[in-house]
Design a protein around this ligand. Structure first.
Ligand SMILES: *Cc1c(COP(=O)(O)O)cnc(C)c1O
Length: 397
């Protein structure tokens, strides 16, 4: 998981720059560093595995840093946004509005207005949202570009998070779609979006979801210009997670594109939409050791960061079974592990744990600790206001 980043002078390197130099350049710790080269390499790997007909969209909420969005603009075919602010940052790039989709429940009137005016594809999440977008269209005198997000009648096995199947706040229940299609009026209907789950490491269950999605959409019997098959590709977070195998997913998509999609939905632009998979492994959280103590035989490294910046690595406030994220002493990368240490953050809660009983080179006060897999759902998915410490910086190198 850590091998993607390079090494310079026995230190972890991000974007070819040794972490101590990078820390000096940033000026303070902790900080997040994202590697442009790794982002590009990951997108290339996905493109190489998937058929060329597939449009690759980046789900901005995974890492909405404006510089990351700008960088991704040159790599992917579209953006999926989930708020008005993400929409603005996506449209600040040269990505055409027609390649931006806006999903998510509970969009505000201001967000809908902005989206319709900009000409992005509004993914309708409920029947009431259809009514609201029709009203906005009438007010603006612009036929809104829309797609229906479908809550499928199946769920995806192996998803870390389920967003489809059964009752859901996401999407319109598939059995209601024929009736809802009758209510679209003058809206500029593009097609359908199904996003049934996230953080899935099981290629076969992703393939099954894609097959069932195509079958479901074909069953509606309407012509579409846009078919968003979702994504859900997961990344390994702990030693027991096996990286996702893209090859079977590529083969499955090729069979779908060459078969039922070409036959039944020949006009469809087919989209796969990924967040975490594109950016998660390209980011690292760097935090400095401020104290080192032994308590009744257990060695603690106390760092200047913590769960307020990188919540997921701590186990989400104790809500999940916690497993160590990959972690390293970033300025001693080549050194052998000679001790077992527990890396804790600077917050007054035992939940602020970044690495429990990890084998590490003996770290000293002032060393830099790297917590990997921090490129997605890191800073913006963490409770930065908790304990009122300053916000960390982010760099794209
Ligand atoms: C969050 C989200 C994604 C991205 O999910 P990842 O697990 O990060 O790939 C994609 N599509 C929609 C609609 C989402 O809400």
């Amino acid at each position: 998981m850590t091998e993607g980043f390079g090494r310079v002078d026995g230190q972890l390197a991000v974007g070819g720059i040794a972490v101590e130099r990078l820390a000096a350049r940033v000026g303070s710790t902790p900080f997040f560093a994202y590697d442009r080269g790794l982002l590009a390499a990951r997108v290339s790997a996905v493109r190489a595995a998937l058929p060329t007909e597939i449009n690759l969209s980046y789900a901005v909420k995974a890492n909405p840093m404006p510089a990351v969005i700008q960088h991704m603009r040159g790599l992917v075919d579209g953006f999926d946004v989930a708020s008005g602010a993400e929409l603005r940052n996506a449209l600040d790039t040269s990505m055409p509005a027609s390649r931006v989709s806006f999903a998510g429940p509970g969009k505000s009137l201001a967000e809908l207005t902005q989206a319709v005016a900009a000409g992005v594809t509004v993914e309708l999440e409920s029947e009431h949202e259809v009514t609201r977008v029709r009203a906005v269209s009438e007010t603006l005198g612009v036929a809104a570009r829309v797609a229906l997000r479908v809550n499928p009648d199946f769920s995806v096995r192996g998803s870390g998070m389920r967003l489809g199947g059964g009752p859901q706040q996401f999407g319109i229940d598939s059995e209601r779609i024929p009736a809802v299609l009758e209510t679209l009026g003058d809206l500029d209907f593009q097609g359908f979006h199904v996003f049934a789950g996230s953080q899935n490491l099981n290629a076969e269950s992703i393939c099954e979801a894609q097959r069932k999605t195509v079958e479901l959409i074909l069953g509606f019997g309407v012509a579409v210009r846009y078919l968003n098959l979702g994504g859900g590709f997961g990344i390994p977070y702990s030693a027991r997670d096996k990286p996702l195998d893209l090859a079977p997913i590529g083969e499955n998509l090729a069979a779908l594109v060459d078969g039922p999609i070409r036959a039944g939905l020949p006009e469809a632009r087919v989209v796969v939409e990924l967040g975490r998979y594109l950016v998660g492994e390209a980011g690292v959280y760097l935090t400095r050791v401020v104290d080192r103590k032994v308590s009744r035989g257990k060695t603690f490294l106390v760092v200047d960061g913590g769960l307020h910046h990188q919540l997921a690595a701590s186990g989400n406030f104790g809500q999940v079974i916690r497993r160590n994220y990959p972690i390293a002493v970033a300025n001693r990368i080549g050194s052998p592990a000679t001790e077992t240490a527990t890396v804790v953050g600077c917050l007054c809660t035992p939940l602020d744990l970044l690495g429990d009983d990890v084998e590490l080179p003996a770290a000293e006060i002032g060393d830099l600790v790297a917590v990997f897999q921090a490129g997605a759902y890191g800073l913006t998915a963490s409770p930065t206001a908790f304990l009122s410490h300053p916000a960390p910086l982010e760099v794209l190198v």
